[in-house]
Design a protein around this ligand. Structure first.
Ligand code: VG1
Ligand code: CO
Length: 544
């Protein structure tokens, strides 16, 4: 082909994907050949694109549109047969996962740094998903990284930008580009899982909802499904227009970054149900009137009630949660007599369990829940499952939570994040602690006796691969737990995450403030890990 350019390049240091793809400052991604190198590394790692089909889309953040054009031109030059692109290069992460599966594509590229802020001075990201619709496994991720360290050229078409604003097919050299409506297929999938009629009736009966799309990718999805299809009043979806800088916000659905929604939900005239989703639409925060549902509890409640939705009426094969996620879901699994799996942080570890039919629902404490309907976590799915359950049970969110705790006990839970701390000191802290783990069992701290302490290593029950060093666990005799790990999604310094958990089943003590209920565990974490000393901070930046 005449207009294929082969451009010499040299490896760029540090293109190792983290928990979920490669995330860097936008400026770094925009500086050629940063994006070209990583894109070509993906293409090389998967054995070339000749004759294949890929899906492409992103969360609409700054540089999304331009990056999509570059990837498109590189895919054409690498002899891709077909590229399926979301209109205006927008696709939520779960919608992209669905498209890969529905259209039997060989994989997909999602342009997103998820919950990280966007804009010229903020973050950009890119992840590769495989033919099952799920994030690249550890193996494939490692291959991509290896390619970035030896790359010497990339291929690109020399041509003007392609119009991605209109749905339809067009030819780019030998490659067919199909621009699709970003919402339609996803919406159709949701209809197969949930009782839309029941939710429609609930909303028609005056049950009110407020959904915060945080100016990220889910606005159009939430409007189409909740307002137009299910009949929620116009305006039920807030911040519904995706913006390149998310309106200056931090599209992370937690009580700190979705503060406006928290204020609405804790006001006297609050709606019955509230929720927020993140940049790329895979996370969710669930709220009721005056009620915040922790993600770990949400997973447990969904597991206990999923059978009330048509898509799950036959029950669940198993439930999987990431290791730092509270063990509330395990208690539900035990009662249901199904398997409970514990995986490292990051959705890529759920893929095998879902593919093998071992788990139906999965969840992470970081506001991610999902099921085997796709291979990513799915914010809007979680909202719809909650609404379906509320429509059937005809109780408030607060009543559902109280009932759940009365039945299963309550796993008080909180995550304390120390953001942007010194990386060397943070690594030193984890290393020092790792070396002391063996000596900890039997020690009493704050009235809690340490039963066990380890650095979590995961053996995948499906492919037997082993992933060591996934976080430090300190387990106490009374079932309390402290987990410490460093984030793999940040772009500046290190972020220390301290996960705290305490189980309570005394009926009189199920309604405490989690920070108070966890106070001894929080103090124990400080005494064991010397967090203040290593981070130079007296308090966490974010508590969720
Ligand atoms: C965080 C969360 C993790 C989640 C990941 C990607 O990772 O803790 O649970 O899977 O983000 O989510 P880390 O390594 O920073 O703790 V998302 O919504 O960015 O795709
Ligand atoms: Co996300």
């Amino acid at each position: 082909m005449t207009n294929v350019k082969t451009v010499p390049t040299t490896p760029i240091h540090g293109q190792r994907p983290g928990t979920s793809g490669l995330r860097k400052k936008t400026a770094e991604f925009m500086r050629p050949p940063y994006l070209n190198n990583f894109t070509q590394a993906i293409f090389n790692a998967v054995g070339g694109l000749t004759g294949k089909t890929l899906v492409l889309g992103g969360d609409g953040r700054f540089f999304n549109d331009k990056a999509a054009q570059i990837i498109l031109k590189m895919a054409a030059a690498n002899r891709l047969a077909k590229l399926i692109v979301g209109q205006n290069s927008l696709l939520s992460t779960p919608a992209a996962s669905n498209l890969i599966r529905q259209r039997k594509a060989d994989g997909g590229i999602i342009l997103s740094a998820s919950h990280n802020p966007g804009g010229p001075d903020e973050d950009f990201g890119m992840k590769y998903n495989m033919s099952n619709g799920g994030p690249a496994t550890e193996n494939v991720t490692e291959c991509i990284f290896q390619e970035t360290t030896s790359i010497n050229a990339f291929q690109i078409f020399d041509m003007p930008d392609v119009d991605l604003s209109k749905v339809g097919k067009q030819q780019v050299g030998e490659m067919e580009v199909e621009v699709i409506d970003s919402v339609v297929d996803y919406q159709a999938l949701m209809k197969t899982l949930f009782d839309f009629e029941a939710i429609r009736d609930l909303l028609a009966d005056g049950f009110t909802i407020t959904i915060d799309a945080m100016h990220a990718v889910t606005g159009p999805y939430a409007k189409a499904i909740l307002e137009i299809d299910l009949g929620a009043p116009k305006g039920s979806v807030l911040n519904a227009v995706p913006l390149p800088d998310f309106g200056g916000g931090h599209p992370d659905p937690n009580p700190v970054w979705a503060k406006d929604l928290m204020t609405i939900m804790f006001a006297g005239d609050a709606p019955d149900f509230g929720a927020a989703m993140d940049g790329d639409g895979d996370r969710n925060m669930i709220l009721g009137r005056g009620t915040y549902v922790t993600p770990s509890d949400s997973l447990a409640v969904l597991a206990a009630n999923a059978h009330l939705a048509p898509g799950y009426k036959r029950g669940l094969a198993g439930v999987a949660r990431s290791m730092p996620t509270s063990r509330a879901a395990d208690r539900v699994a035990e009662k249901l007599g199904i398997d409970a799996f514990e995986t490292p942080t990051g959705w890529k570890f759920f893929g095998n369990l879902l593919d093998a039919g071992k788990a139906t629902l999965c969840g992470e404490e970081s506001a991610g829940t999902g099921s085997d309907h796709v291979r990513e976590k799915d914010g809007l799915w979680a909202i719809l499952l909650w609404l379906n359950i509320l429509a059937v049970r005809k109780k408030s969110v607060a009543q559902i939570m109280a009932g759940h705790w009365a039945e299963f006990g309550r796993n008080y839970y909180s995550r304390h994040d120390y953001e942007g701390v010194d990386e060397i000191r943070a690594k030193e802290m984890i290393l020092t602690l790792s070396r002391r783990l063996r000596d900890l069992p039997g020690t009493e701290i704050e009235g809690l006796i340490i039963e066990d302490a380890d650095n979590f290593s995961y053996s995948d029950p499906v492919d037997q691969s082993v992933s060591p060093n996934q976080g430090i666990r300190i387990l106490f005799e009374d079932g309390s737990r402290i987990v410490l790990r460093l984030s793999g999604t940040g772009t500046v310094g290190a972020t220390l995450r301290v996960y705290l958990e305490r189980y309570e089943n005394n009926a009189e003590l199920l309604n405490q403030d989690p920070q108070l209920a966890l106070a001894p565990v929080i103090r124990a974490a400080e005494q064991i890990a010397h967090i203040q000393n290593y981070t130079g901070r007296t308090a966490p930046d974010v508590k969720t």
